[in-house]
Design a binder for this molecule. Structure first.
Ligand code: ZN
Length: 277
């Protein structure tokens, strides 16, 4: 029997933020019904539920949790606020351990009242501060480089090279990198940096969606796979060439799609995953 490599839906995980209007239970039940077996949980989907209850919802629906989103946001000119971020990140690591998430994705943060260099230094200090707690809880930290359009307030880590350098600095099995096609597709060094990431054992997770033209909102106008200009199968092949075998995570923020019937939207995502990932 010919097995279509593009139809490996069992490797697909969906981020709860992708179907933001749904509760965790609605999302879990719907994902499983469509043949999806992985889920990445965003903290906002846990509001109003205990970690124990959340874990049961995922277990009852046969879903494996890929990651918890998200930690990070370390840089701040105010030292006291940097301290607060350490505490918040430790709490997030606790939640990850409680719900069975092996990984916390780090959106590292930036403070535009200081230089990017200073923000990067504070990111390194932040990871240093929370790493013992991550290690003690056996939760990995995935540094996610963000597209440079977010360098002012979301992340001072904007290329895979920078994320690789940061992960290599720590040289810990608990610190690695999250590769997201939306943030990195434009990078001429992407293939070689993905290879480097894999060779160093730092390729922890992989996010997909698409880049719409024109993009009408810098944050909330991501496309479904196949709708934009990102060659996702090519980037996926580089990630797999680098040894990655984990979940392929669909992460889409879109006011346009959140306004749709979420069941129809999820069916569209599944079709797009089969055809364009
Ligand atoms: Zn991502």
């Amino acid at each position: 029997m010919h097995i279509d490599p593009l139809s490996d839906l069992a490797r697909c995980a969906v981020h709860t933020i992708t179907t933001k209007p749904w509760s965790l239970r609605e999302a879990a039940e719907s994902y499983f019904r469509e043949g999806i077996r992985g889920i990445t949980v965003w903290l906002d989907a846990l509001k109003g539920t205990t970690s124990g209850a959340a874990r049961r919802i995922l277990d009852d629906n046969g879903l494996t949790i890929a990651a918890l989103c998200r930690g990070g946001f370390f840089p701040n000119k105010e030292a006291s606020l940097r301290q607060n971020s350490f505490d918040e990140n430790r709490d997030t690591i606790d939640i990850a351990a409680e719900i069975g998430a092996p990984l916390v994705v780090l959106v590292c943060g930036a403070d535009n009242s200081q230089s990017l260099e200073e923000s990067r230094k504070q990111i390194r200090e932040g990871i240093e501060a929370i790493l013992p707690h991550a290690e003690a809880n056996r939760v990995q930290l995935g540094i996610e480089p963000l597209h440079p359009m977010y360098a002012d307030d979301r992340s001072a880590i904007n290329t895979l090279r920078e994320a690789n350098e940061m992960a290599e600095y720590f040289d810990s099995e608990w610190v690695g990198v999250t590769v997201d096609v939306y943030h990195l597709w434009w990078d001429p060094d992407l293939r070689s940096e993905i290879r480097r990431c894999g060779e160093n054992g730092n390729l922890f997770s992989f996010h997909v969606c698409d880049w719409r033209t024109p993009t009408e909102d810098l944050l909330l106008d991501r496309g479904v796979m196949g709708e934009g200009c990102i060659n996702i199968p090519e980037i996926r092949s580089w990630v797999e060439e680098a040894g990655f075998t984990g979940f392929i995570e669909v992460e889409i923020f879109s006011t346009r799609y959140w306004a749709m019937d979420q069941r129809n939207y999820l069916k569209r995502i599944v079709a797009a995953y089969k055809n364009y990932v």
